[in-house]
Design a protein around this ligand. Structure first.
Ligand code: G6P
Ligand code: ZN
Length: 543
């Protein structure tokens, strides 16, 4: 057996989006497609020679074969060692942790996150840096450039590795270390949170439901919640990761996690509910009869993080993506710490965490995390909530009410319009951008526009600039709408419309968000001409 070199023609469109390269599974299964992208990753990071990587994915269809291909390529190109999750499985936060724990030269994660999996659904791949975080734009751009020039790749022509057996084997001269995907991650969680207090909560009869949506967090949630923390057996449902996620759309939001929503809003609702996504980095949390919006969740976690041992010394600072509500900014102000506003994409938090400027980060897109890894982390957020619930001894509903009474409430919602024809969506955004300068002063729905711009971000650590990150229209009084096109879809364009209105209280804190945001919704449609451009009058998903 030897190293073989295969000549190829570059593929068009291998351009990483918000979070790596995502395409239909069938696109990835074209001969040499995955290989060309992996080759571009290796080229962009100066080759695989002498390097150590972490490798794993969320177990979706094609995960197993892709892992074998990448192992053969790494072995053929001189990598020293690859740490792989058993069965080729690693949640995204667990992969990030393994990169950091083992000081590797980075890692390759196979996932299309919350997108459905299967032969006719989606697949994805991304590279994470030695700090455990998603590659920043400079690197993803370099990968994209490299994809355009790939002419050949080499691989070690060896047998498939048995990934189910723990331990170390060799492939050519490369070591393949197959590790338990859960153990190190669970230890990390145990080091951050008061497991005794949470155990006490469950012992006292606290009931929880965790919906793993047939995706990667099943074994993690069972191992931690049921085995280590003593939650009742069966607390975790849809706990077995399946290649097609059992037909579920593993996106933890009210639309796709509707089974959990129904249970939590029902008469028999447990005290706490949570769900995670395909690769385990997103979370949705609910109390009995109450949905916690991700922006509010971030704010509550920031305000109460000191109750968990891992954060007892306080937070260095917090960061949120621009479309995320400003609820956490109010907490930061009260705590006297810095608050940063970044573009959408977890990769933008990496520098701030590496520089020690922020401890907690979050996004409206159901992502919350801290500097314990460099990815957002679904189960981490759930455990921090549990720690807070145990420490405060109050219900989710009571905690939310107290939070809003103290800080005021940022009513918030996101409306998604999916699978719009790309040309129409682009035209709508271009048209809006062209009119931004004319908007201030206009009155819409009884509100006056105070400012309008296209968000640009200068990274305070490395000075890099990212432009065109979303159009924001701010009204007098601080209410705002934000529009941007998703960077994670695989079919046409998805328009995201983000709506926010601040209510200082004490009155008017208990409204239905869609009602509280009614004028903003109408104003957004009027200002952007959504129906005229796209033919859409109502969103497909509301979060
Ligand atoms: C992924 C990224 C997040 C991002 C989300 C939505 O989960 O890791 O950082 O917020 O996608 O991105 P999109 O471009 O689809 O709005
Ligand atoms: Zn994800």
């Amino acid at each position: 057996m030897a190293v073989r070199t295969i000549t190829v023609t570059p593929f068009e469109g291998q351009k990483p989006g918000t979070s790596g390269l995502r395409k239909k599974t069938r696109v990835f299964r074209q001969p040499h497609y995955l290989e060309c992208f992996v080759q571009a990753i290796f080229q962009a990071i100066g080759g695989a020679e002498g390097k150590t990587f972490v490798l794993g994915g969320d177990g979706r269809f094609h995960n197993d074969q892709a892992v074998q291909v990448i192992l053969r390529m790494a072995a053929g190109q001189g990598a020293v060692r690859v740490i792989v999750g058993q069965g080729g499985i690693l949640s995204t936060p667990a992969a990030s942790h393994l990169i950091r724990l083992n000081g590797t030269d980075g890692g390759i994660i196979l996932s299309a996150s919350h997108n459905p999996g299967g032969e006719e659904a989606d697949f994805g791949i991304k590279f994470n840096m030695p700090n455990g975080g998603p590659a920043p734009e400079a690197v993803t751009d370099a990968i994209h450039v490299a994809t355009q020039g790939v002419r050949a790749y080499s691989l070690f022509d060896g047998p498939a590795i048995d990934l189910d057996r723990l331990g170390t084997v060799t492939l050519g001269s490369m070591e393949v270390q197959i590790v338990d995907p859960v153990a190190d991650y669970a230890d990390l969680m145990e080091s951050l949170f008061d497991f005794d207090a949470i155990r006490g909560l469950f012992q006292a009869g606290f009931r929880m439901r965790f919906d793993a949506m047939c995706a990667v967090t099943g074994p993690y949630a069972k191992g931690i919640l049921e085995d280590r923390l003593g939650a009742a057996p069966g607390t975790v449902v849809h706990a077995t990761p399946l290649p097609d996620f059992g037909g579920m759309h593993p996106d933890p939001n009210p639309t796709w996690a509707h089974e959990l929503m129904a249970e939590m809003m029902g008469a028999e609702a447990p005290d706490f509910g949570a769900a995670s996504d395909g690769d385990g980095d997103r979370n949705m949390v609910l109390g009995r009869g109450i949905y916690v919006s991700p922006s509010d969740s971030l704010a509550v976690l920031a305000a109460n993080a000191n109750l968990a041992p891992g954060y007892a010394k306080g937070l260095a600072g917090v960061a949120r993506s621009m479309p995320t509500s400003a609820a956490v900014d109010r907490v930061a102000e009260a705590l006297g710490i810095e608050a940063f506003e970044t573009p959408t994409g977890w990769k933008f938090f990496g520098n701030l965490m590496d520089a020690g400027r922020v401890t907690l980060c979050g996004e409206e897109s159901f992502g919350t995390g801290s500097d314990h890894v460099r990815e957002k982390d679904g189960l981490w957020a759930v455990l921090l909530w549990l720690n807070i619930l145990a420490a405060r001894g109050e219900s989710v509903e009571a905690i939310m009410a107290a939070h809003w009474a103290r800080f005021g409430r940022n009513y918030y919602s996101r409306h998604d319009f999916e699978a719009i024809e790309t040309t129409k969506a682009d035209a709508m955004i271009a048209d809006l951008r062209g009119r931004l300068a004319d908007l201030p002063g206009l009155e819409v729905e009884g509100m006056t526009i105070a400012a309008a711009d296209d968000f640009a971000y200068t990274d305070p650590v490395d000075g890099s600039v990212s432009r065109n990150q979303g159009v924001r229209v701010v009204f007098e009084g601080g209410s705002r709408i934000v529009l941007r096109l998703s960077g994670t879809g695989t079919e046409g364009a998805t328009l995201r419309l983000y709506l926010e209105r601040y209510a200082p209280g004490p009155d008017g804190l208990g409204l239905d968000p869609q009602e509280a945001l009614g004028p903003m919704i109408r104003a957004a449609h009027e200002i952007a001409g959504i129906a005229g451009h796209t033919g859409r009058t109502a969103p497909d998903v509301v979060t």
